[in-house]
Design a protein around this ligand. Structure first.
Ligand SMILES: O=C(CO)COP(=O)(O)O
Length: 256
């Protein structure tokens, strides 16, 4: 199996001013140091992207936006484009987060356009997928995620598909304190990899990094990261304090 470098990502959502962002990043880098065997990604709000870029001085730290619009420019009041994010020095962009899907009405079709645009404008996409509680209880988890995946990757080349980062975020586990058990998360991560293998091929699937997100905390990080198909984490609440995010970044490494 290809070796996949782990990615520990912070999604700050609508939190932190410029000053708070700079202070967080400076403290984190001072306490964690450069990262060579894992990548750390931070997604602050748009308003703090520029300051965050300037504060990131160490190896292994990456900057992401939480969303963007697929068009390059135009009459889209309130929107931000890929070239604008590149201009700010962003490396990655989070796409299709469940809050975007459920609170702001993003559809699979919009997410597919955003995914294609991320490649067009040179941003690494982090594609979020996940089921709601009723879907899990009805035994439809894998079907729902399969559909989200198929629709999102439509039109992508084989090479592009191998580069996507997928984040599995069960909607019922986001901000609720309810984490999927490591076994539940592993089951879905494996299914995602198998689905991508069926859509493209095994080599693409083996290269794919799949993150888990949903109430990740210092006390469950090691068990989650020990699972063979969990290649990283997308952390909300616990990424807002340096002390908890640092512990998550410094998860206990196990050879897989
Ligand atoms: O939505 C998430 C990350 O994108 C997860 O949020 P919490 O870690 O707060 O559950």
């Amino acid at each position: 199996m290809d070796k996949r470098i782990s990615l520990i990502a912070a999604n700050w959502k609508m939190h932190k001013t410029i000053g708070e962002t700079v202070s967080f990043i400076e403290t984190l880098q001072k306490e964690v140091g450069p990262c060579t065997d894992r990548e750390v990604m931070i997604a602050p709000p748009y308003t703090a992207l520029d300051a965050a870029r300037k504060a990131m001085t160490m190896e292994g730290y990456k900057l992401a936006a939480q969303n963007f619009h697929w068009e390059e420019k135009g009459a889209y009041t309130g929107e931000i484009s890929g070239p604008m994010l590149k201009d700010l020095g962003c490396d990655c962009v989070i796409l299709g987060h469940s809050e975007r899907r459920h609170l702001f009405g993003e559809t699979d079709e919009m997410i597919q356009k955003k995914l294609a645009a991320a490649f067009k404008f040179g941003l690494l996409p982090i594609l979020c997928v996940g089921e709601v509680l009723e879907e899990r209880e009805a035994g439809r988890t894998l079907e729902v995620i399969g559909t989200q995946l198929e629709r999102a990757v439509q039109g992508l080349s084989r090479e592009e598909s191998g580069k996507i980062v997928i984040a599995y975020e069960p909607v019922w586990a986001i901000g609720t304190g309810k984490t999927a058990t490591p076994g539940q998360a592993q089951e879905v991560h494996l299914a995602i990899r198998q689905h991508i293998a069926a859509l493209f091929d095994k080599e693409v699937a083996n290269r794919l990094r799949i993150l888990y997100g949903g109430s990740v905390k210092p006390d469950n990080v090691d068990a989650l990261m020990a699972q063979p198909d969990i290649d990283g984490l997308l952390v909300g609440g616990a990424s807002l304090e340096v002390s908890s995010f640092k512990r998550i970044v410094q998860y206990q490494f196990v050879e897989k």
